[in-house]
Design a protein around this ligand. Structure first.
Ligand SMILES: [Zn+2]
Length: 459
């Protein structure tokens, strides 16, 4: 299950990612033509299969990246020979055909006809849209080449050969690697990981893996260490074009070091995260059933802000703006949803093994949340409010064991998913493979650093 925690996290991450991509694209306008790139063998790794699957957002992101790569492909398509040719950047005018554009740019009728004829079977020029840019190359007033983007990630080129014009579709060559990023958090984990070649996918997956143990707002600080191992496809300039599976995540904060390995257990529909012993990263109950909140009062004795005397606080308070989603800490059945004296709008959920969780002071309940509803872990059950006896918008969260409130910080109940038998054997094989990859990549990075190489294995 890709929890709602990670989902809402990735929404914010995606916004940051989009901004960064915009900046990167502006920078591209000034890039230099790389000579001899044709020798790389166009289309080696780039095929549509690489871009299959994923969410709509991921697809949109992939489309943007492909478009960016296509711009480069367009220029790479011309070899060194074209560097001294005159370039004319044209835009298709409204109602204009490609033939009309070529003539307008100064190509002769014969050249235009020859260039268009070469496109037969490669590209239908009627697919060109007004405003689309077309690069034309001239040498001694003769048309020598035509290049334009046929679709994101691909360009069409027609260039003069000894036997007239030859056209083809050009695809970007991509290289595969198992990338390893090991670094200290600078301003934010997200920014640091991104600058090292990860994408928002890996960071959202890391957030998912640690969502039971780590509150990213509170626990992750500059100077903390993290590590990611993931499959990556990159272009000739080292830009990550697409990432595959995330294999390993590690995070070391002041609360300790945790490592998780991705593993698809026999019979499971999707991989999950396990520690080195094969214990699932998932917890029976989340300690922090809210995102982006500040712990404002822990479990234990405290001076009550309204009643004015010290008494036991049998829950955990998280300060957060009104409307912040509150998540079900675990799978279970809603046993109460409604106003409940000083608790204000209140939800209580019954889980397995005699556990219950309660959520108070909500502004409102999520749709469909009423006594008897079944909830999944991470499902939104309501929204932060200030109802009941409350001095400001916050979530009051309680964990109960056989009717007694307990401190969720001490919650030791794992979900019971410990790999055993054949599954554990398979897991150990995969863990060793991943650890070997980590060691190899770590030594390569050290090598590169020792030799003062500008480009390390994982840029
Ligand atoms: Zn409270």
């Amino acid at each position: 299950m890709f929890s709602a925690v990670a989902d809402s996290w990735s929404v914010r991450l995606r916004a940051e990612f989009a901004q960064r991509l915009m900046k990167a694209r502006k920078g591209l306008a000034a890039f230099a033509i790389m000579a001899g790139a044709l020798g790389l063998g166009m289309g080696l790794a780039w095929n549509t299969g690489l871009f299959g699957g994923g969410s709509a957002a991921a697809a949109a992101q992939t489309a943007q990246i492909r478009e960016e790569a296509a711009r480069r492909a367009e220029h790479l398509a011309f070899t060194e020979a074209y560097l001294d040719h005159e370039t004319r950047e044209m835009r298709v005018a409204s109602g204009e055909t490609l033939a009309g554009l070529l003539v307008r740019a100064g190509a002769s009728r014969d050249e235009t006809n020859a260039a268009l004829a070469s496109l037969n079977g490669v590209y239908d020029p009627r697919r060109l849209r007004p405003g689309q840019s077309v690069s034309l190359f001239f040498s001694d007033a003769r048309l020598t080449g035509v290049a334009f983007r046929s679709e994101p990630g691909a360009s069409v080129t027609a260039n003069r050969t000894t036997a007239g014009f030859a056209a083809r579709e050009v695809l970007m060559p991509l290289t595969f690697e198992n990338a390893r990023i090991a670094a200290q958090v600078e301003t934010s984990l997200y920014a640091t990981a991104l600058s090292l070649g990860a994408t928002d996918r890996e960071i959202a997956a890391l957030a998912d893996a640690f969502s039971y143990d780590v509150d990213f707002q509170r626990d992750v600080r500059p100077g903390d260490d993290f590590e990611l191992v993931f499959e990556r496809y990159y272009d000739d300039e080292g830009n990550t074009v697409r990432t595959g599976d995330l294999l390993f995540v590690a995070l070391e904060t002041r609360r300790g070091q945790r490592n998780f390995y991705s593993f698809l257990a026999p019979g499971d529909a999707r991989p999950d995260w396990y520690d080195a012993e094969g214990k699932s990263a998932r917890r029976f109950l989340m300690r922090t059933p809210i995102n982006g909140a500040r712990l404002s009062s822990g479990f234990g004795m405290r001076r009550h802000p309204i009643l004015g005397y010290s008494r036991m606080h049998r829950g955990t308070d998280f300060a957060a703006p009104i409307g912040t989603p509150i998540l079900a800490a675990g799978e279970g059945t809603v046993v109460r949803a409604g106003p409940f004296s000083s608790y204000g709008n209140y939800v209580r959920i019954r889980h397995a093994n005699g556990y219950e969780t309660a959520y108070a002071h909500m502004s409102r309940f999520a749709r469909g949340i009423r006594a008897g509803s079944r909830v999944r872990q991470g499902q939104i059950i309501g929204y932060v409010g200030n109802t009941g006896r409350s001095t400001g918008p916050h979530l009051h969260y309680e964990v109960m064991r056989r009717g007694q409130q307990i401190n969720p910080i001490n919650l030791q109940v794992a979900n019971g998913r410990n790999l055993t038998g054949r599954a554990l054997e398979l897991f150990n094989i995969e863990r060793q493979r991943i650890d070997t990859l980590r060691q190899v990549r770590a030594s390569e990075t050290t090598e590169a650093a020792l030799h003062g190489a500008a480009a390390v294995a994982t840029p």
